[in-house]
Design a binder for this molecule. Structure first.
Ligand code: DGT
Ligand code: CA
Ligand code: ZN
Length: 582
């Protein structure tokens, strides 16, 4: 039982009660209980198991008892009985975006929709459009969502798999028969979503490693098992493949299974031109070529060097110019997580975050950052409890007081007072110039009216980034990976506008977003646009998203110089034209 298991169960109970038409207060209690569990800063699972939830705001007696049962036994009779009242296929409907509990309830009651296939049927037949509260447009949207879901059904977000992957990797590395181990495939290349996760191990006892791998606790089902390779499903359906090779084969195998396929094709071509063959196990001599036997490579760098190339970091191996650059010794020196000195886009309890200013600041100090930008939502984001000018000014005073405190105690750290200001439908900003002028910096983001035409959306954003108060553009396309498509927008035109106006573009490091997409950063840097890697943290735990941000920044060929939050505090103060705090 994890924290998410507890929260997901409460959320599902809320949905099912809603389908049954139960009392709204009861439903709300489960829903807000789920949220409390998700955001609680202590070890909520242990507290629930020990029945020590008393006094936690938002978790009443009934919920305490249910969480205790769930955490200590792994299941909850109340939940199971509730589920049994509905067909199993109904639960797939909950995963279709745009289909909230109210709509599911209406469809279920009037059209007996209890599965995705039935949903598709009534959307296509026109029956759905006739229901009150629905229409042709809704039906069309739902069909799009079903198609999107089908095409993404077998992919996972990098951020959702990262912790289990590093857990398995560490476990494999600690096996006594493991000589070397690494992830490979799209995970190692830091793709924003992965189909499966590949692991590679060097060992002289493959059968022991394989046996160990298939019996890992997180493995739910063994798909295939042979003497040197195995494939398994983890609990959430993530497929993991393991290959065991000899220590001599390890480097060629690692390069091959890291890929990408396109990168491999070019590498193999280079080997052939030089009279060698390259496959998943070794570099050999091409038939008929008069060559000395190639060495056994200790590192991937040696393999690349042998083929006349600089070492190419895994993130770049997509055949988008990395081999040509490596040949000329012109690869960029990619940014590393240690280069970050601060970050800009973070929320607190003032809007929809879960921690206070001070908690966020202390967590940033703990991470070794020199500055943390607070960018809570502005008033038009009322669903996120956005701040009006009065509340924002109050927050500015709090920031000032806290900064004084850090200065007095001699901590080299500063909160930056910003705001994530909504870009309104017409491209104007959610605060007047006077209010904007009082801020240290401004992140401007689109949060509503996402269905504008590409032309209108592009003009809207260009107008916003052209406002002199705007420091950076937040999550450029609004995409939610595997959930919501980017809105229609002309990215190169936005990049040009940012280049003209000196506006920074955010790399939103939230694993659901990773937006702006890595594929655009090369163009942005060519035009001289800087990047800000921002976790968009809504709690102290989310500050760790910086790690994903750096992985994707590397994938976008970004260097330390391209990323604004590698500047130290004094440099940022100069850049933002702020007075020093004495
Ligand atoms: P994924 O799993 O779809 O997110 O993406 P990858 O890149 O991890 O693909 P996967 O797991 O099928 O294969 C891992 C690596 O193995 C891939 O990046 C390159 C290599 N590989 C697999 N199949 C081929 C192939 O047919 N030709 C070549 N040259 N390499 C391959
Ligand atoms: Ca893979
Ligand atoms: Zn936002």
């Amino acid at each position: 039982m994890t924290r998410d298991d507890l929260a997901d169960t409460l959320e599902e109970i809320a949905l099912l009660l809603e389908l049954k038409g139960e009392n709204p207060f009861k439903i709300r209690a489960y829903r807000s209980g789920a949220e409390t569990v998700r955001q609680f800063s202590g070890d909520i699972v242990s507290l629930a198991r020990e029945n020590e939830l008393k006094g936690i705001k938002g978790i009443g007696d009934a919920l305490q008892q249910k969480l205790n049962e769930l955490a200590s036994t792994g299941k909850l009779a109340f939940h199971e009985n509730l589920r049994a009242e509905f067909p199993e296929s109904l639960f797939d409907l909950f995963k279709i975006p745009g289909l909230g509990p109210k709509k599911i309830k209406a469809l279920y009651e009037s059209l007996e929709v209890d599965s995705v296939s039935r949903l598709k049927e009534v959307a296509e037949s026109g029956e759905m459009a006739k229901l009150s509260g629905f229409g042709a447009k809704t039906a069309e949207k739902i069909l799009e969502a079903i198609a999107f879901r089908e095409s993404n059904a077998d992919r996972f977000r990098l951020g959702d798999v990262a912790s289990v992957v590093s857990f398995i990797l560490e476990d494999l590395k600690s096996h006594p028969e493991c000589l070397r181990a690494e992830t490979a495939g799209s995970y190692r290349r830091a793709k924003e979503t992965v189909h499966d996760v590949d692991f590679l191990i060097a060992s002289s006892k493959p059968e022991l490693i394989i046996e160990h791998f298939v019996s890992l606790e997180s493995v739910q089902k063994v798909i295939a098992q042979g003497p040197t390779k195995a494939s398994v499903y983890l609990e959430d359906g993530l497929q993991c493949d393991l290959r065991v090779v000899s220590n001599e084969e390890y480097v060629c195998a690692l390069a091959y299974f890291t890929g990408s396929k396109e990168h491999n094709v070019v590498m193999r071509g280079r080997a052939l031109e030089r009279g060698y063959t390259l496959n998943e196990y070794r570099l050999g001599i091409k038939e008929g070529a008069e060559k000395e036997a190639p060495p056994v490579f200790e590192t991937e760098a040696q393999l690349y060097e042998f083929l006349g190339l600089e070492y190419i970091p895994p993130e770049l191996r997509e055949n988008t110019g990395e081999v040509e650059a490596a040949e000329e010794g012109a690869l960029p020196r990619l940014i590393e997580v240690e280069n970050l000195r601060g970050t800009f886009h973070n929320h607190t309890i003032a809007s929809d975050g879960k921690n206070t200013l001070e908690e966020m600041a202390d967590a940033a100090v703990e991470l070794g950052l020199q500055y943390l930008g607070i960018a809570d939502h502005s008033k038009s984001s009322f669903q996120a409890n956005g701040l009006d000018a009065d509340r924002l000014r109050e927050q500015l005073r709090e920031v000032k007081a806290l900064n004084q405190k850090y200065a007095d105690e001699g901590t080299k750290f500063r909160l930056l007072a910003g705001n994530e200001v909504d870009i309104l439908k017409d491209g104007s900003l959610d605060f007047d110039d006077e209010m904007l002028g009082e801020l240290d910096y401004v992140v401007a983001s689109v949060h509503n009216a996402m269905t504008l035409s590409e032309k209108d959306m592009t003009e809207r954003i260009i107008k916003a980034v052209s406002h002199p108060a705007v420091t950076m553009l937040g999550h450029l396309t609004g995409r939610l990976l595997l959930r919501r498509e980017p809105y229609a927008v002309n990215v190169p035109a936005i990049i040009d506008a940012c280049a003209d106006t000196g506006t920074i573009i955010e790399l939103n490091a939230n694993p659901w977003r990773l937006d702006m997409d890595w594929r655009w950063w090369k163009l942005a840097t060519e035009k001289g646009v800087k990047c800000a890697i921002n976790p968009d943290a809504h709690s102290i735990a989310h500050l760790d998203y910086l790690w994903f941000g750096v992985r994707l920044a590397r994938k976008g060929w970004l260097t330390r110089e391209n990323v604004i939050n590698t500047l130290d505090l004094a440099e940022i103060e100069t850049f933002l034209k702020l007075d020093r705090i004495s």
